[in-house]
Design a protein around this ligand. Sequence first.
Ligand code: ZN
Length: 197
Amino acid sequence: MLMKRNLEWADERVAQDPDYFRRLMEIQRPRYLWIGCSDSRVPANVIAGLEPGEVFVHRNVANLLHPGDLNGLSVIQYAVEDLQVQQIIVCGHYGCGGVSAALDGRRHGLLDHWLQPIRDTAEHSAEELEKIADGQQRLQRLCELNVMDQVKRVAETPMVKDAWSRGQPLEVHGLIYALSDGHLRNLGCSQPAEHSG
Ligand code: ZN
């Protein structure tokens, strides 16, 4: 199934643009690094309307960056220092299973360790969250707060700080995707702060 679809896709591309793959082979210079959720409904290229070659992608459960995450940190270093991306997008989504799992009170094995930053966020924002009476709405807000916290974490990495002190143009943005209408929304938590909104 996968192999057949791949062949059809590749044939279609060449039919539309005979030089398509030759051009892509020559250079990778994406403008964006996307840090998103692994959720199958939130594919970076598709929802952002970007072609292959336009976005460097890192995805994990609930779009998190742990301080000791060698994978995520290496991706950031490569994207910032080698690819020289201009924007890092942390993108969460409403209805995130990882965010709900962090707070559902059940045991999920190793995933419970992975999701700890979300419980930390929920704890720091307990006052705000407790004011939201509806449980679903509270989870949606937590999806947003999680993105905002991860933007801060990305902005605090040495690679990003070094880029800024070199004067390299680089912005970190927090977006959230709604499965219900396919729209991305800017959470206004960009770094440096003057690029917010
Ligand atoms: Zn998710």
